[in-house]
Design a binder for this molecule. Structure first.
Ligand SMILES: [Fe+2]
Length: 406
């Protein structure tokens, strides 16, 4: 559909003539990518410590033997380890503090996150607590918030999803059940020293988790690409990430053992993760955190419910960027394509529908009486996502976006 927001390839040509904007870019992660790379974990991590705490969400990876396999791989390089599986999806501050206590008792000097974003985020939290001997919540919502320093223990990340990008970012998202808050924290010291991205670990990821984490990847790429903090470097990452999602996410959901699709999505996730390390995220992620804190929703599903409304709100403020999203998702190029904002919206909605993620917030557990609380949460502790959004929404705008996605 060509709506009245239609643009032409001339817009793209015009953008090409612009000066390169000033930018800052820092993604200090030793990245190891490829099938079977878990077998090299010991080689890459032995420089950082002698005993690791391996953090997982629950005991599934222990039960299927993956934890023991990793422990043997580490042992071959002289690294001892213990396992800690007392972490929820959406890790709790109390579980992070308990993990740090277990690591301290066992004499661990580094932290390995094995899993999706929740395990890796929890690993980062444990590394912060171990380095500073203070509860993790002091670094989230303390008054004043404690600084995360170079005392943070070394972090190693092995991702089993594609994904949250956490293995490539400094960000850690932590939930406090008592306050119903879910802030994202991070510093230069919470990047993993090493990130192992092994697509083989993703073959058994269930269909629903493949869909929701796959959409998270797309949301990261769209938000970092259209963000105030976007850079010419991260724009390249985002463009390629969106193209890969357009090509492979449906295939990865349909057949988890489609090697090419898993490989493509693993790379898309890596690129989008590096992009949000620098370009960060915008309103949709800020809302997903706040709504997740209030209603305990699944991150990727919440993003899918809200991305159309946030795109519709924000795209008029960065039309040249938002128009390109349809082109990237279709894997088309300037000169062969006429683009419009409406088409970008339709392409994203098509991904949401094809992945079975078209569930409104009301059916994900958000109650109508908590809408205002969710809006206030974004403003109170995810203000950076508002300031980084090209459209700079106010409270009324945020409330309307939640209602439109409800
Ligand atoms: Fe995310």
């Amino acid at each position: 559909m060509m709506g009245n927001l239609a643009g032409t390839t001339e817009d793209l040509m015009q953008e090409d003539k612009e000066m390169i904007k000033d930018f800052f870019c820092y993604t200090p992660v030793k990245l190891v990518f490829g099938e079977g790379k878990i077998n090299e974990t010991g080689i890459y991590t032995s420089a950082y410590g002698k005993k690791a705490i391996i953090v997982t969400t629950g005991d599934y990876f222990r039960e299927i033997g993956l934890v023991a396999r990793l422990q043997n791989i580490l042992k071959e390089s002289g690294v001892d380890s213990i396992h800690y599986g007392e972490v929820n999806p959406n890790p709790l501050n109390t579980q992070i503090d308990a993990g740090a206590a277990a690591a301290l008792t066992a004499g661990c000097d580094m932290v390995i996150g094995l899993g999706g974003g929740s395990a890796i985020d929890a690993a980062k939290g444990i590394a912060i607590v171990l380095g500073h001997d203070k509860p993790i919540w002091d670094f989230c919502m303390g008054d004043p918030v404690e600084d995360i320093t170079d005392k943070t223990f070394p972090i190693i990340a092995l991702t089993t999803t594609s994904g949250t990008g956490s293995e490539c970012t400094q960000w850690s998202v932590i939930t406090n059940k008592e306050t119903a808050e879910k802030p994202g924290i991070g510093s230069d010291y919470t990047f993993a020293k090493v990130a192992i991205v092994d697509p083989e670990l993703m073959y058994t990821l269930p269909e629903q988790a493949t869909a929701s984490t796959g959409f998270d990847t797309l949301a990261h790429a769209i938000e970092a690409y259209t963000a105030i903090l976007s850079t010419p470097v991260t724009d390249l990452y985002c463009e390629q990430a969106i193209r890969l999602v357009g090509k492979f996410v449906r295939r990865a959901v349909k057949n988890g053992e489609d090697r090419e699709a898993r490989n493509g999505m693993a790379f898309a996730n890596t690129l989008a993760g590096m992009a949000i390390s620098v370009g960060v995220v915008t309103l949709c992620h800020g809302l997903a955190h706040s709504i997740g804190g209030v209603a305990g929703t699944i991150h990727g599903e919440t993003l899918a419910a809200m991305t159309p409304a946030t795109m519709r709100f924000s795209m008029k403020s960065a039309p040249n960027k938002f128009k390109n999203i349809a082109m990237f998702l279709r894997d088309e190029y300037p000169g062969t394509f006429s683009c419009s904002l409406e088409e970008s919206l339709e392409e994203v909605e098509s991904v949401i529908n094809d992945l079975g993620l078209n569930t409104p917030l009301s059916k994900q557990g958000l109650r109508e009486k908590d809408i205002e609380k969710a809006a206030d949460g974004v403003i109170r502790y995810m203000g950076g996502s508002i300031e980084n959004d090209p459209a700079m929404p106010n409270r009324e705008d945020i409330l309307q976006i939640i209602k439109d996605s409800f």
